[in-house]
Design a protein. Structure first.
Length: 330
């Protein structure tokens, strides 16, 4: 692991598995003695990592869900969709070659499995299948009850078709194709049953699918605590501007002014205080920073309402302050 907390990995293999989907197998860079099995930092089902990449527009950091079994720390397996109108990250991944060395962050998780659930319903739309694949791996290994519904436009556009077919839990997978009239909006009530104690629902996919799923779950009497979602895009554009306030760096007592058009992260970096930034939209949680005093103006979409109410963490890439000053635990 590097001084910046990043992990060096090497691209072990690249495999096409679906329309514009590349399966990337990342292994640790073996710096130990011959015969030593190098290991990567552990992760939980539903976790993602930051991939540090070089693109034509410069260095970029992008987040990708881990799809492998979470008891296998010999490799990180990710699946990346080549975005037609992306910001450069997916194109950089699709341009990688076997043997390329990369830096990645230790995995983080904001989409965890409920360990007490008696039955889990996993719903995935498109490339949103990636985090729930790892969940299925975990649930299968535990012998837990679950079902996985995957939605795609056509069989040809289904991400990870070969990967899914090769898993030992493939009998738990139900494939739905909108081209055959089997879209989510039309069958939501058939895959989201009325809630009974002990069930948990997980949804990852386009924003419209997440909104439909949560609305259906609410109508079918699911408590919010039993419905878990993860999105790869914001529901609305992030607004980072606001009134000026002061950030206090707890370790040194320095007071830094954050102007109306500045973000906390930008001010910290300008003063030489390193901050991890990835999505810069309040989605990934990479820049979550402890709050020791003051009241944050939360503008992220990664923390739950309950987590926001504690006011103990702030996404410095987009959030601001409701109080004249914020003391950060840095």
């Amino acid at each position: 692991m590097s001084a910046a907390g990043l992990v060096e990995v090497v691209v072990h293999s690249l495999t096409s598995d679906g329309d514009r989907v590349l399966l990337v197998d990342l292994r640790p860079v073996d710096t130990g003695a011959v015969g030593t099995d190098a290991k990567l930092p552990p992760f939980e089902a539903g976790a993602h990592l930051d991939l540090h990449l070089d693109s034509p527009s410069g260095s970029v950091v992008r987040q990708y869900s881990l799809i492998g079994p979470d008891d296998d720390t010999s490799r990180y397996l990710i699946a990346v969709l080549r975005e037609r109108d992306g910001r450069g990250g997916s194109a950089a991944v699709h341009g990688l070659a076997v043997g390329t060395r990369l830096a990645v962050s230790p995995p983080r998780n904001s989409f965890r499995l409920d360990p007490g659930a008696g039955h889990s319903v996993l719903l995935a739309g498109g490339i949103g299948v990636t985090p729930v694949v790892a969940m299925a791996e975990r649930l299968h290994r535990q012998g837990a009850s679950f079902e996985l519904h995957v939605y795609s436009a056509t069989p040809q556009t289904l991400p990870l078709a070969r990967h899914l077919e090769g898993r030992p839990w493939r009998d738990r997978v139900v494939l739905h194709y909108s081209s055959a009239g089997d879209g989510f909006r039309g069958n939501a009530q058939s895959v989201i049953p009325r809630h009974t104690p002990g069930r948990a629902l997980y949804v990852c996919g386009p924003l419209g699918m997440i909104a439909s799923a949560t609305a259906c779950a609410s109508a079918r009497e699911w408590p919010r605590s039993a419905v878990h979602t993860e999105q790869f895009a914001r529901s609305q554009a992030v607004e980072t501007a606001g009134e000026e306030f002061t950030v206090v760096v707890a370790s040194t007592g320095r007071e830094l002014a954050v102007g109306p058009e500045e973000t906390i992260a930008a001010v910290l970096r300008r003063h030489g205080i390193e901050t991890t930034l990835a999505c810069e939209q309040g989605l990934c949680g990479s820049c979550l920073t402890p709050v020791l005093a003051g009241i944050p103006d939360h503008r992220d979409e990664v923390q739950s309402p309950a987590e926001r109410e504690t006011n103990t963490l702030i996404n410095v890439c987009c959030s601001r302050s409701l109080s004249p000053s914020l003391t950060l635990g840095i």
